[in-house]
Design a protein around this ligand. Structure first.
Ligand code: ADP
Ligand code: MG
Length: 588
């Protein structure tokens, strides 16, 4: 049996860990350190570099160096290098291949299986792309798990009797806030929030701008305009930033940055914090929103876990203390903690570790569009996954032989206000009256968070299904915006939905009234037919005017008339039956 590894496939760095005698161990890179830069580069002669070497030559070869590919996972972005195009999956695949090689060299065994982590907010498309990347690297993905969940596992919190864990992950380019609920060894993600464009890179940028502007003051030249100088400035700024996490003062020195001149500037932690205070400020709102979404306040949080290299900055730790009024967990290296958790999860799946179950949730409701453009929820927001939910639907028209299944994600009452994830149709439905066919629409979300939708005709047993691959990318920002809008328009949406439903109801009633007439033509007298027709016309008129109140009134009238007529029809039929019986006589 080969060893299973846990991989944190990060935006800036990737980390790999495995279980050694039941204990998680981070695998050191053959190039030094435990972090493998998520960087891929192409060099002369068609060679390709990954990791530290790729990162080291980035300054000299910026055009053929690819960093932060994770941002593009699940999109249709193409990366073109010297006439060859690569997908984000392929580039990530190169990184995973490197990670796998490093693991095999260290463990001294073949590695085939892996648990890979993704941000809690990755949608189906992004998760699928991550699985595709693993295929390129010939890795068998045992499970895709959320990064915050992995971090909680690493701290062994599943063994404690805690309720709520808040995970703050500030990496190279992204900020994620997740609130997990833990009870009896089961993790459930209660809320997720964050900022897809906030991370260590932004703090680097502050130092870069400061240094470059200081240089302009002295030499009247902006070194940022030269691509290679810019890359060197970035590296020096990042180093300075890291140093300021340890010391109150650092010196930035870049020799021969322009025309043989050196850049030399000193920077205090205090000045750095002043330069970047707006970035720190940006961490507050998503944190509060996550608490609000989970229906909690800071007082309900039992543990705060710091994840991501950027949480090493003292100002970030201080902010965590102030916001959550407690000392955050940061004992496990924040840039390794996710990989450690992934390795534990790999152990759970191979059976090496027992008694842990992971439960994740859907961030937004999923459902389909039904008659009148109404959004019908199949899986509610915050439902733990994996999950399967189904509902029976029927046709809207007589003799309808196919139905379109529009799959949507969102919280609004009307389909048009939600995000479309894809569509397909089920055909060959046998000819029938509206309302007769029974079509079961089922949504299945697997443990990796990937959605499959199927439609099943209960009469013919015809079935069709799709995996949602073409779903639109939903950023955290978009999700938050949708949730806000759903709240803001809730009352309005409800009214619009009710209005549409009354309309649907009215159409249904007109259709059944017509059926009653058609089926009983020889029983009904002219007066009754007239009465029904008039009532139908009134409902139609109200429907045309679109006035809900009038529709309701006229529908009531029509219903009363139909009820009376139906009971008269029953009486007549009874009488006829009796007459028929008395004529025929009874045989012995
Ligand atoms: P990701 O998950 O985005 O791949 P990491 O969690 O590894 O990234 O975080 C990388 C970021 O952490 C980089 O921006 C790096 O500069 C920053 N970082 C690492 N160590 C420190 C430190 N000691 N002080 C400040 N920032 C740090
Ligand atoms: Mg990370």
């Amino acid at each position: 049996m080969s060893t299973a590894i846990g991989i944190d496939l990060g935006t800036t760095f990737s980390v790999v860990a495995y279980l050694e005698n039941g204990k998680a161990r981070v695998i050191p890179s053959s190039e030094g350190g435990n972090l493998i830069p998520s960087v891929v580069a192409f060099i002369d002669g068609g060679f390709q570099l990954t990791g530290k070497l790729a990162r080291a030559q980035a300054a000299a070869n910026p055009i053929r160096t690819i960093a932060s590919i994770k941002r593009w996972m699940g999109s249709d972005k193409k990366i073109e290098i010297e006439g060859k195009t690569y997908t984000p999956q392929e580039i990530s695949g190169f990184i995973l291949r490197k990670v796998k090689r490093e693991a095999e060299a260290y463990i001294g065994e073949k590695v085939e299986k892996a648990v890979i982590t993704v941000p809690a907010y990755f949608n189906d498309n992004q998760r699928q792309a991550t699985m595709d990347a693993a295929i390129f690297a010939r890795l068998d993905v045992m499970r895709i798990i959320n990064e915050p969940t992995a971090a909680s596992l690493a701290y062994g919190l599943h063994e404690k009797d805690l309720q709520h864990i808040l995970v703050w992950d500030l990496g190279g380019g992204t900020f994620d806030v997740s609130i997990l609920e833990l009870g009896q060894g089961v993790f459930e993600v209660k809320a997720v929030n964050g900022d897809t464009h906030l991370g260590g890179d932004d703090w680097d940028q502050k130092i870069m701008d400061y240094a470059a502007e200081e240089y302009v003051k002295i030499h009247k030249i902006d070194i940022r305009e030269d691509r290679i100088a810019l890359q060197r400035l970035k590296e020096a700024s990042e180093r300075a930033k890291r140093e300021l996490s340890q010391k109150p003062l650092t010196n930035i020195r870049i020799p021969f940055i322009d025309q043989g001149r050196d850049l030399e500037i000193s920077l205090t932690r205090e000045k750095f914090e002043e330069l970047s205070c707006d970035l720190l400020e940006k961490m507050v709102t998503p944190s509060k929103q996550a608490l609000k979404d989970a229906n909690l306040t800071a007082k309900n949080i039992d543990r705060v876990i710091l994840v991501g290299g950027s949480t090493r900055m003292p100002a970030v730790q201080q902010l965590a203390r102030e916001l959550f009024e407690m000392e955050p967990y940061k004992d496990i290296n924040p840039d390794e903690v996710v990989a450690v958790g992934a390795a534990i999860q790999a152990g759970v799946l191979t059976g090496e570790v027992n008694h842990i179950t992971l439960v994740d949730i859907t961030p937004l409701s999923l459902g389909i569009e039904t008659m009148g453009g109404i959004f019908t929820r199949i899986i509610g927001r915050n439902t733990p996954v994996p999950t399967t939910c189904g509902q029976i639907f029927t046709t809207a028209q007589d003799n309808q032989t196919q139905v379109d299944i529009y799959i949507l994600q969102g919280e609004r009452a009307l389909a048009a206000d939600n995000v479309s994830l894809g569509k397909f149709n089920l055909d060959n439905i046998p000819i029938a009256r509206r309302g007769e066919p029974q079509i079961e629409v089922a949504f299945h979300i697997d443990a990796n968070g990937i959605l499959q939708v199927s439609a099943f005709d209960l009469h013919t047993e015809n079935q069709k299904s799709i995996n949602i691959n073409s779903s639109k990318r939903l950023s955290r920002g978009q999700i938050n915006k949708m949730l806000e809008e759903a709240e803001r328009y809730a009352a309005d949406d409800e009214k619009r939905k009710e209005h549409i439903q009354i309309g649907i109801c009215a159409e249904g009633m007109i259709a059944s009234a017509q059926v009653v007439m058609e089926e009983n033509l020889e029983i009904l007298d002219k007066f009754q037919i007239d009465e029904i027709e008039k009532a139908i016309l009134k409902v139609k008129a109200a429907l045309a005017q679109g006035k809900s109140e009038e529709m309701k009134l006229e529908m009531d009238e029509l219903r009363k008339i139909i009820e009376i007529v139906c009971s008269e029809i029953r009486d007549k039929k009874e009488k006829r039956k009796k007459m028929a019986h008395s004529k025929i006589g009874v045989l012995k």
